[in-house]
Write a protein that binds this ligand. Structure first.
Ligand SMILES: C[S@@+](CC[C@H](N)C(=O)[O-])C[C@H]1O[C@@H](n2cnc3c(N)ncnc32)[C@H](O)[C@@H]1O
Length: 233
């Protein structure tokens, strides 16, 4: 492993805003059975400076979107989730150095997300430029198997936003929403070509995304430089 990566991993250990559970903490039998993490149901008490509605960004990479959202809408607490520690380092370092009391990061596979959040604990989810996973539907973050994971901890009326530059993922996510009776709050295949007023009231406004309600929402983008749409379960 490169020296730079090792340095970031070591620094990650010092960030109180970054949670990095080990596999042995999560896997009760060492293989398949997930054990709840101690933070489940306690995010507001344990990780933030005040209790606020929780917003997740799944597959946050370096956490730029998580940080940006926390600045735009400080009345929520934000958790960026990714499996790549060297990427999370950037967002966690920024949140640490700027003492952002409403930002945290979680290093884990999103497949394990159910171990970290209690029923009704999360208000919104953002999926930002998720891998379209062309060959593996069950790896797609908007597939039914992932939506069912989200449903277990989203509040009633919760929203899933999708922003993507993959036309495939955009169309796929809309189809999943349609087939599963989810409500699409807003969708556009051309986010930056859509008049802002057409998106107001949908949650897509400034941040340029769509969203859904009633358990889960989905938003995502269409073609062009970037797109957005949304769906609700
Ligand atoms: C294409 S990048 C997008 C990063 C960021 N959202 C952005 O817009 O720049 C996808 C990110 O999702 C993460 N990711 C994909 N599948 C994941 C999974 N199952 N569990 C955790 N992270 C995942 C990858 O590590 C990567 O950082």
């Amino acid at each position: 492993m490169g020296h730079d990566k090792l340095r970031k991993f070591a620094e990650n250990e010092t960030f109180s805003c970054l949670l990095q559970p080990s596999a042995s903490e999560l896997l009760a039998d060492g293989f398949f059975a997930l054990r709840d993490h101690a933070v489940k149901g306690r995010w507001n008490e344990d990780m933030f400076d005040a209790a606020r509605p929780l917003v997740l960004e799944l597959g946050c990479g370096k956490g730029e979107y998580t940080i940006d959202l926390s600045r735009r809408e400080p009345s929520c607490n934000y958790i960026g989730v990714d499996i790549k520690g060297a990427r999370l380092w950037k967002g966690a370092k920024y949140a640490h150095e700027h003492r952002l009391g409403n930002v945290a990061f979680l290093r884990t596979r999103i497949e394990f997300i159910g171990a970290f959040f209690a029923p009704d604990e999360v208000s919104q989810i953002w999926l930002t430029f998720s891998d379209p996973q062309l060959k593996s539907e069950n790896s797609r973050l908007t597939s039914p198997v992932f939506l069912e994971r989200y449903r277990r901890f989203l509040r009633p009326g919760g929203i899933v936003h999708l922003k993507t530059d993959s036309r495939f993922l955009y169309e796929y996510s809309l189809a999943v929403a349609r087939c599963n009776g989810l409500r699409v709050l807003a969708a556009t295949p051309d986010l930056y070509g859509t008049a802002p007023e057409a998106l107001f009231g949908t949650g897509m406004g400034q941040s340029g995304t769509g969203l859904v309600q009633d358990g889960t929402g989905l938003v995502r983008g269409g073609t062009g430089p970037q797109h957005a749409e949304s769906v609700t379960p």
